[in-house]
Design a protein around this ligand. Sequence first.
Ligand code: ADP
Length: 265
Amino acid sequence: MIRFESITKTWPDGTKALSDVTLDIPRGQFCVILGPSGAGKSTLLRAANGLMKPSTGGVVIDGTPLTAASEKQLRQRVAMIHQHFNLTTRMSVAGNVLSGLLPVVSTARALSGWFKPEQRHKACALLARVGLSPAHLKRRAGDLSGGQQQRVGIARAFMLDPEVVLADEPVASLDPKISRDILTLIRDAARERNTTVLCSLHQVDLAREFGDRIVGMRNGRVVFDGTPAEFTDERVQGLYHGAQWDDTHETTTDEEASPRLAMVA
Ligand code: ADP
């Protein structure tokens, strides 16, 4: 379970990226963080692996508060899949997948390229799981297509059997067919291991298709939290056009009829 407790983030230039975000994400859930660009999705995800230090509030992962002292150990349990894949493009596909072990192997060992046979076997099995053939193992990662590179990114993320996978706009640079394939791979690999996935997206159709739950963010706040079935077209409008939508519906003071308040479950 991931718990975000009253997280606020104000950047040094005064930008308020997150305002009092509190969320509990149970183990095994595929939770989509949806919202327009600048909503705070990436900032929230990066709070969960210590890459972003909140101004106030905290993160607790399976009972362990994320602190400077616990961060290194938690990094082994929280993996990340990136929008731009973040592969070492000059390195082989196999080397990139094995780099998922970096939180637990010494730098010297990693640099020498010496990994245990079972670790190499696991890398091969994961590559097969994401649909890449043994012929890809020795190819330069940078020579693969975008979709294939993200498959490598997924295999790398699962090398340490993480409890949590953070996927930051993992399909933003991929076409719709490949996007579905990639999200299917993340979802299925996570289900096989009961891994919690926190996946930021900006595409409503993909959020509805893949999310067990959708958390809608706007201007650093959670403005919708519910199931795909509850995320009606009206609520989509509220998420993406909230201010304008509010202005045109200000004829009632009934809380249930207030889009902003009614949206948050
Ligand atoms: P999203 O992922 O939803 O597109 P982000 O979390 O990347 O949104 O950004 C939220 C807000 O924080 C935006 O206004 C963005 O410009 C701002 N922001 C992000 N990173 C920084 C930073 N390092 N310094 C200043 N502002 C930042």
